[in-house]
Design a protein around this ligand. Structure first.
Ligand SMILES: [Zn+2]
Length: 427
């Protein structure tokens, strides 16, 4: 027996319309922050080891594991890892990924491998080659950070950028953007030099910022202001920018970030995994800020799970329910609000602009509204069930344009991709 939510398509901005598909049709999502290679750390960083001098495990001890992995990967491995990962992201409903790519191994080959990987599995990609020049303010890169370096400072970086620009295929939904790694890794004059060269192309610009308290202290000590404040006052931050994490910021910085038009990039499961902290999202939304979601270290690959965690961390923090609904009308469904935000913020951060068609992106996810627990449920309730209860088990198909890439939760190439990633992982 048909449920009320069968044959409906979500209209971004409000409501539902009839559709010929047997389920609920949602626009594909954009994953605004990914480091593909880190998926290889799955299950390999969760045993207690501790830091120097008996310090507890932290972001900084995790980072040593990540460095060890980075040195072992070349373009062939990265292409296999990227293809496997992007296929799994597609299977969960992401149809475009923003790859914050800093594993250069000295040239453009690694970035080229990620472009090929995305194209092979049908994933749209915004590739952000990362400018990474220092271990901290005024410090040389450490030897274990060598995989992130490019020879020749900013000029050398710009040569690699140009090389990648010649490989990007817009018809395969590929975009190139700029990413200074962080204010720790790029000095003010280097940031200025790179922006001067690249701003005329109007690229999307992403930066890691204020993820950890130690980073905030270092920037405050070196530049006389905390990172978000420093960036807002010294760089032309606008809607083409995405500030990733921004976890630790003061009320004034938060308000000015909201007013800047930049997108906030939140990566809930990775931020939880790394013990970063909780961003004050309800306050930021109240101030008119906007956000999108990313999978960052690939702890979770499911957009529904990421959105669930965003809301749940606020419920735990504030001891309330149904917190993130913006300033919308009463009875706003939290799932619908979160999804709309993630769709808009994700597209903006990826440099995609608004969808070509008024009815939304041509990429879409088909949710199974025939699940027994959804008998009689309306479409906004099915959406809430996807995000807060059932997650990936509701994703039936994922389409990119006129191509069905995922059926019954599985990418068409999954078997080959599984074999290839095993080869990379095999000791
Ligand atoms: Zn990151």
């Amino acid at each position: 027996m048909a449920t009320r939510s069968q044959g409906l398509r979500m209209v971004p901005g409000g409501g539902w319309e009839e559709s010929r598909w047997p389920g609920l049709v949602l626009p594909g999502l954009c994953n605004l922050h990914s480091h593909a290679f880190q998926v290889l750390l799955t299950g390999r960083t969760q045993e207690r080891g501790g830091g120097p001098g008996g310090a507890p495990d932290s972001f900084w001890t995790w980072r040593e594991r990540m460095y060890a992995l980075a040195s072992s990967l070349g373009p062939d491995e990265l292409e296999k890892v990227g293809a496997w990962l992007y296929a799994r992201m597609l299977a969960h409903g992401f149809t475009h990924v923003v790859e914050f790519h800093y594993l250069h191994q000295g040239g453009a080959e690694m970035g080229a491998a990620l472009l090929r990987a995305a194209k092979r599995v049908g994933m749209g990609i915004t590739l952000l080659p990362v400018l990474y020049l220092h271990a901290g303010p005024g410090e040389e890169l450490a030897p274990r950070q060598a995989p992130f370096a490019l020879p020749g400072g900013v000029e050398g970086y710009l040569r690699v950028y140009e090389e990648l620009a010649s490989l990007v295929e817009p018809e395969a939904d590929q975009v190139l953007g700029f990413a200074p790694h962080s204010l720790r890794a790029v000095a003010p004059e280097e940031l200025e030099e790179a922006l001067r060269a690249l701003l005329p192309n109007k690229p999307p610009i992403h930066i890691h910022i204020a993820e950890q308290r130690r980073e905030v202290e270092e920037i405050q000590a070196a530049y006389g202001a905390p990172p978000v404040r420093w960036l807002l006052e010294n760089a032309p931050v606008d809607s083409s920018w995405c500030l990733v994490h921004a976890t630790h910021l003061g009320a004034g910085e938060r308000k000015d970030l909201a007013g800047s038009g930049a997108t906030l990039g939140l990566c809930p499961s990775t931020e939880a995994d790394l013990g970063d902290g909780v961003f004050p999202l309800p306050e930021f939304l109240e101030e008119g800020g906007s956000f999108g979601i990313g999978t960052d270290g690939q702890v979770g690959l499911c957009p529904a799970q990421e959105l669930r965690l965003l809301e749940f961390e606020q419920r735990l923090r504030l001891e309330e329910r149904n917190v993130l609904a913006g300033n919308r009308a009463p009875r706003t469904h939290v799932g619908r609000f979160l999804l709309e935000e993630a769709l808009g913020g994700g597209r903006r951060a990826a440099g995609l602009g608004p969808p070509a068609s008024e009815r939304g992106s041509s990429d879409f996810i088909l949710l199974d509204s025939g699940h027994p627990l959804l008998e009689g449920a309306g479409p906004d309730q099915v959406l809430d069930a996807w995000i807060f209860h059932l997650g990936a088990e509701l994703v039936r198909e994922v389409w990119k344009g006129d191509k069905c890439l995922v059926q019954e939760g599985r990418h068409a190439l999954q078997e080959d991709l599984d074999r290839e990633i095993r080869e990379v992982l095999r000791p």
